[in-house]
Design a protein around this ligand. Structure first.
Ligand SMILES: Cc1cc2nc3c(=O)[nH]c(=O)nc-3n(C[C@H](O)[C@H](O)[C@H](O)COP(=O)(O)OP(=O)(O)OC[C@H]3O[C@@H](n4cnc5c(N)ncnc54)[C@H](O)[C@@H]3O)c2cc1C
Length: 559
């Protein structure tokens, strides 16, 4: 897809109207393709949705903010995603708390005044004196790696425990992973979540020594595999927003000066971005069809999708893919009469397909998938490796999550809320279950401390997170149970007064991102990727391989 000539005039269906699908549609339109985006719900945006309550609180369904990962993303947003309206998070955003023993403890009390390591060792009470000594001793510790067929399968828990001690692994890393990935350190791979620290440890036998000497450093944009092998692997995506040719020096300067490493959002919430991306798709001549559920994808035998030998065996006007779509509502942006007629046929023929849905939705699009790749099928041509990839999508772990937006009058808030929010480890949850001081929530955001426009004057907005991979039963909790859980923890941590009641409440459920960083999932995935040169992950806003669970990726396949 890198070459304009390959796409000009070709019809491409993009499945999924979240930020990934919308961005893919824009890039394909820029390259001259004729794009139809199919989204099964009645609005575009996917898990990104913002709504302002009658009282004036801004509640987010999914992402609250994001980091503009590269100058290319900045340029992309400026052109198509209201980049001019991006709002930087307040400087308080740097300060993070963890809940430990029923108390909030700042990891970096100086809020950027000292380096994170100095803050944690000398100013923070997040670790005990023994935990801090163990951290300091890391360069001297000799520890053997566990015997694994692939070293990349080592979990974060195992790696951090043997290098830095159990306390850092379970209390600090555990809190971060619960808050960011909604899971625990034993479920994620060190090499995928913290590749720099992993490589520093690999190369110099001490993470601290390796990081100080720069041995964990990768070239910007370099994938973990590249760095490990010191060569460019074949599977590196050819479709990349961060490709160096895409941005000029001007964008680089602007990005370095203002956005690098900073969290951003919009005054009226994250949906500003997805709404303007959807508008851009329409303006560029793409069609967005809302309420269209893709229920089947078939590939015509002998018809190539336009790559090598694309003309071979192809009849005039015949497309490589036939899709079955079932309309579920009448909403269409830019739909003409012909479009309406075409919608009723419930069939769409295209040259190429981009799947930008969650991984868990992918298998449903291949109902005629033979149970074994060796069983011949009249309609589906799938290589054994693609077959097993699709089959593994079914088993992909997702962390279920419930989010609760809570608006309070300032007079009921007893904490200065001087930070980004707090995170709680599994240990903290276990303490609460044992009847000790602890908490049940995964964490909370202090929304109105980070961004303007989140709460009316004299009020604060908080968002609490519930559930996670280790607690799937949270999905079945009633709204009253979730509210009680949140209020209990907020009161115990001294965030709101004992008698405080929220003036605005909004509860939402969503499956959280797939656990790409799970070592058990990542290794087979990379193996599949290397076998499938035509399968790509859209790298937005950062690369899949440098940060496996990058914010805006659930899954994007290019067929
Ligand atoms: C609660 C929560 C908080 C988050 N917080 C942050 C954050 O603070 N910062 C951050 O960077 N990221 C955050 N994320 C992650 C980020 O929001 C997501 O990774 C990103 O929005 C995913 O976008 P997407 O387009 O890849 O997928 P989605 O938004 O899931 O979009 C996929 C779309 O595909 C559609 N679809 C699926 N199957 C079909 C089908 N068969 N036919 C047609 N359409 C189909 C779906 O309806 C959906 O609209 C958060 C996520 C959640 C859930």
């Amino acid at each position: 897809f890198s070459y304009r000539s390959m796409l000009r005039g070709r019809s491409v269906a993009v499945i999924g109207g979240g930020v990934s699908g919308l961005s893919a549609a824009i890039r394909l339109l820029e390259k001259g393709a004729s794009v139809t985006l199919l989204e099964r719900s009645s609005t575009a945006g996917g898990v990104i949705a913002s709504s302002r309550s009658d009282e004036g609180f801004l509640h987010e369904k999914g992402a609250n903010s994001f980091i503009v990962k590269s100058p290319a993303v900045l340029r992309f947003l400026s052109e198509h995603g209201q980049g001019g309206s991006l709002m930087l998070a307040s400087t308080l955003n740097q300060k993070r708390f963890i809940g430990r023993g029923g108390r909030l403890r700042a990891l970096n009390p100086s809020n950027g005044g000292a380096s994170p390591a100095v803050d944690l060792l000398f100013y923070s009470d997040a670790l005990s004196a023994v935990g801090k000594m163990r951290l300091l001793a890391e360069p001297l510790v000799l520890s053997n790696r566990p015997q694994l067929d692939d070293p990349r399968k080592e979990s974060i828990e195992s790696f951090l425990t043997r290098r830095f001690g159990r306390e850092l692994a379970s209390e600090v890393a555990g809190a971060f992973l619960a808050g960011i990935f909604a899971t625990t350190p034993d479920r994620l791979g060190m090499a995928y979540v913290f590749p720099d620290a992993y490589m520093a440890g690999l190369r110099s036998r001490s993470v601290v020594r390796g990081m100080v000497s720069g041995k964990g450093k990768r070239r910007p944009g370099m994938s973990f595999e590249e760095a490990e092998a010191e060569k460019l692997p074949e599977e590196v995506s050819r479709v990349s927003l961060s490709s160096t040719s895409y941005v000029s020096e001007e964008w680089r300067k602007e990005w370095h000066k203002t956005y690098r490493g900073k969290s951003v959002s919009y005054f009226d919430g994250m949906q500003v971005m997805t709404s303007s991306l959807a508008e851009a798709v329409g303006k560029m001549g793409g069609k967005i069809r809302l309420g269209m559920n893709v229920t089947g994808i078939q590939r015509r035998k002998g018809v190539n999708s336009g790559r090598k030998g694309g003309k071979k065996g192809k009849k005039e006007g015949e497309k490589a893919f036939v899709m079955s779509i079932s309309p579920s509502s009448e909403d269409t942006i830019g739909a003409s009469r012909e479009d309406q007629a075409e919608r009723k046929t419930k069939r769409l023929e295209v040259d190429n397909i981009v799947i930008a849905s969650s991984l868990k939705d992918v298998p449903e699009m291949f109902p005629s998938l033979p149970s074994s790749p060796s069983v011949p099928s009249s309609s589906v041509t799938l290589s054994p490796s693609l077959h097993s990839l699709l089959a593994s999508c079914k088993k992909w772990p997702y962390a279920p999550l419930r989010t609760l937006g809570l608006g309070f009058a300032s007079s009921h808030v007893t904490h200065p809320l001087d930070g980004f929010g707090f995170l709680c480890s599994n240990e903290e949850r276990k303490r609460k279950e044992r009847g000790e001081k602890g908490a049940s929530v995964l964490g909370a955001l202090f929304n109105s401390s980070i961004y303007e426009g989140r709460a009316p004057t004299g009020h604060h907005l908080l968002t609490t997170f519930h559930g996670g991979e280790g607690r799937p039963e949270a999905v079945d909790m009633t709204s009253t149970e979730v509210l009680n859980e949140a209020m209990d923890d907020l009161r115990n941590y001294g965030i709101v007064a004992r008698g405080a009641e929220p003036v605005s409440v909004q509860l939402r459920s969503s499956p959280f991102a797939p656990l790409f960083a799970s070592p058990l999932v990542c290794c087979p995935l990379l193996c599949h990727l290397s076998l499938l040169p035509f399968l790509h992950f859209l790298r937005f806003p950062s690369s899949f391989s440098t940060r496996p669970l990058s914010p805006f990726i659930s899954s994007v396949f290019f067929f």
